[in-house]
Design a protein around this ligand. Structure first.
Ligand SMILES: CC(C)(COP(=O)(O)OP(=O)(O)OC[C@H]1O[C@@H](n2cnc3c(N)ncnc32)[C@H](O)[C@@H]1OP(=O)(O)O)[C@@H](O)C(=O)NCCC(=O)NCCSC(=O)Cc1ccccc1
Length: 130
């Protein structure tokens, strides 16, 4: 059972509204959030900044780890494979758990545009407290 309180803690945070994330779903299997384009997210090449890619993915992964029952969690490692620039388009982040261990969780994630093209692929490790 997914903790609604965790989802609300994320969606009501200042960080969430600063970026303009939109909640799609969070099940035990995956967390999905969206980020509609606005020009403030662009780098100087007029593509969405790589740090924005990592921010939405870290947020989706953090939500999933906590919603699955960890009392506390923090990212200790995250690898971003930037596959395609986002040019004036909505970004969709999908995070899932590969393996939950005693004190760490291994996650994977993908970013897509609305056409279904993969923009980036992630693996990350979260330190967790049960
Ligand atoms: C807490 C800790 C990770 C480690 O505590 P410390 O006191 O420094 O060290 P201590 O020695 O006590 O280690 C304890 C245990 O940990 C282990 N270990 C340590 N390092 C590593 C490693 N690199 N890799 C693997 N394991 C490691 C160590 O072996 C030990 O294991 P043991 O207990 O013997 O089995 C600290 O370095 C830290 O806060 N880093 C910053 C994290 C941060 O800022 N992330 C970004 C913000 S998150 C975000 O924004 C997303 C989000 C949103 C919402 C919700 C969720 C997520």
């Amino acid at each position: 059972m997914i903790e609604q309180e965790i989802i609300e803690r994320f969606t009501k945070s200042d960080f969430w509204s600063f970026f303009g994330f939109e909640y799609v779903r969070c099940t035990r299997e995956e967390a999905v959030i969206r980020l509609p384009f606005r020009k403030q997210l662009n780098n100087t090449q007029q593509t969405v900044h790589g740090g924005v890619y990592m921010s939405i993915m870290d947020t989706a992964m953090g939500m999933l780890v906590l919603a699955r029952g960890a009392n506390d969690a923090t990212t200790i490692q995250m690898v971003s494979n930037f596959l395609r620039p986002a040019i004036e388009e909505t970004i969709i982040a999908k995070a899932s758990v590969i393996k939950e261990m005693r004190s760490t969780s291994l996650l994977q994630g993908e970013l897509y545009n609305e056409s279904g093209d993969m923009l980036a692929y992630y693996t990350a490790t979260f330190r967790t407290k049960k």
